[in-house]
Design a protein around this ligand. Structure first.
Ligand code: ZN
Length: 417
């Protein structure tokens, strides 16, 4: 008995003393038939308490939706359930916000986990609610005037949904909770520097600056030899598959452009640095995958700038390209963006198709000189399709270039006539 206890204690100490870097994985559920479509993405952090809470919520949403569908099976309806998320992680906290949309109805769920305490936190664990109330009160009044009932803001504060990132505390008030007339979710963002939360400074640039440089030698030789070029692009990462994706590219002497989300940058700092060293390019894909056309100008600029900032602070790298999440862009959004906007002309639809061969065929069948192929680095099936995609394109005599190289080649070809 005693020996067992000692062994147990020893094991506990050993585990306790060597905190392992845990990697967040993304789980995806996609189901579609003629009555409904389900698209769910959720993170698995490998920290049990927050994972259990999230999986519990996802299961409930999923089951409720299916039960409802069963009741409506005789009706000719088409319903949609989507759940997506944003994640911010530093050395102390993991903050996850889930965005659920059922048809037009939106619902938000938030989780804040403390790595040090191994516990989920409430807003009262984080900050003094009276302090938050005072600041939120002013911000809400500035923005909404007297439309909202501020006493409700105070009453609901202890149950408020909230999240953090490197510089902001966000409070979420569901429709109607602050006003009978206000049908949208109200998000109040409070700069952390206004609160007495001391965020660990994790973002010192303590390494060499990596330049977003075009490989001119490569560009010139491609033009001279009159080669066909193609650009592979991956959205929504980085993810747990990125490391393997960049290895596959390197083994095949290929490069790609990754349109990444600001809120995932810190988690994958090392992989991103390696990716740049391998000659890949990073572009901006918003901070947390918002529909930009639904945001006001200020929020659009913030989505882009926060992503530029965290990429620069983490990697010393400044993206020059932007791809809008959901491809959601219009004239107004374009006006708010100073980066070059890059869309695509070959869509693998890898979010929809589960078969590796289908993704491979869609990527390669219509490939032409100058094509830009859209994929996502968040699916295992895409990673699995990549070696064959590269192989087939190589057999068709394509050279892989980054988007900036592609633009340079196009410009020089035009100039040379
Ligand atoms: Zn995206």
């Amino acid at each position: 008995m005693k020996a067992k206890l000692v062994l147990f204690l020893f094991f506990f100490l050993l585990v306790g003393c060597t905190p392992k870097e845990k990697e967040t994985k993304i789980e995806t559920i996609i189901e579609e038939n003629k009555h409904y479509k389900i698209g769910i993405n959720y993170p698995v952090t490998q920290y049990k308490k927050i994972d259990d809470a999230i999986i519990g919520y996802i299961n409930t949403c999923y089951q409720d939706f299916l039960n409802e569908q069963e009741k409506m099976i005789s009706l000719d309806t088409f319903e949609e359930l989507n759940i997506d998320y944003t994640l911010y992680q530093n050395k102390e906290y993991i903050s996850i916000t889930l965005f659920k949309t059922k048809n037009e109805e939106e619902e938000i769920e938030t989780y804040l986990y403390s790595l040090k305490k191994d516990a989920l936190l409430t807003i009262e664990d984080m900050v003094s609610t009276s302090e938050v109330y005072t600041i939120a009160n002013t911000l809400v009044f500035e923005r909404f005037g007297n439309v909202l009932d501020l006493s409700l803001l105070k009453q609901n504060l202890h149950t408020a949904l909230f999240s953090i990132d490197h510089e902001t505390l966000y409070l979420y008030y569901p429709p109607y909770t602050l006003s009978k007339n206000y049908t949208d979710t109200i998000i109040i963002d409070i700069p952390l520097e206004k609160l007495s939360i001391q965020m660990e400074k994790t973002m010192n640039v303590n390494h060499e600056i990596i330049e977003a440089e075009i490989d001119l030698e490569k560009v010139n030789s491609i033009i001279e030899m009159n080669k066909k070029v193609i650009a592979l692009t991956f959205d929504d990462g980085p993810s747990s598959y990125t490391e393997e994706i960049i290895s596959i590219l390197k083994e095949n002497d290929a490069v790609a452009t990754f349109f990444i989300l600001g809120n995932k940058v810190k988690t994958y700092e090392d992989v991103l640095r390696k990716s740049l060293e391998y000659g890949n390019e990073l572009g901006n894909h918003t901070f947390n995958h918002k529909w930009l056309t639904k945001l006001n100008d200020e929020d659009i600029k913030k989505q882009i700038q926060d992503t530029q900032d965290i990429i620069y602070e983490t990697l010393g790298y400044t993206p020059v390209l932007f791809r809008p999440s959901y491809g959601s862009i219009n004239k107004r959004v374009r006006n708010d963006i100073s980066l070059e906007v890059v869309l695509w002309n070959i869509d693998t639809m890898d979010w929809k198709y589960k078969s590796v061969s289908k993704i491979r065929d869609r990527a390669t069948m219509n490939a032409e000189d100058g094509s830009i192929i859209l994929m996502h680095e968040t699916y295992e099936r895409t990673k699995k399709a990549l070696p064959e995609i590269i192989q087939i394109l190589k057999e068709k005599d394509f050279v892989f270039v980054t988007i900036s190289e592609l633009k340079q080649i196009e410009a020089l070809r035009k100039y040379n006539g």
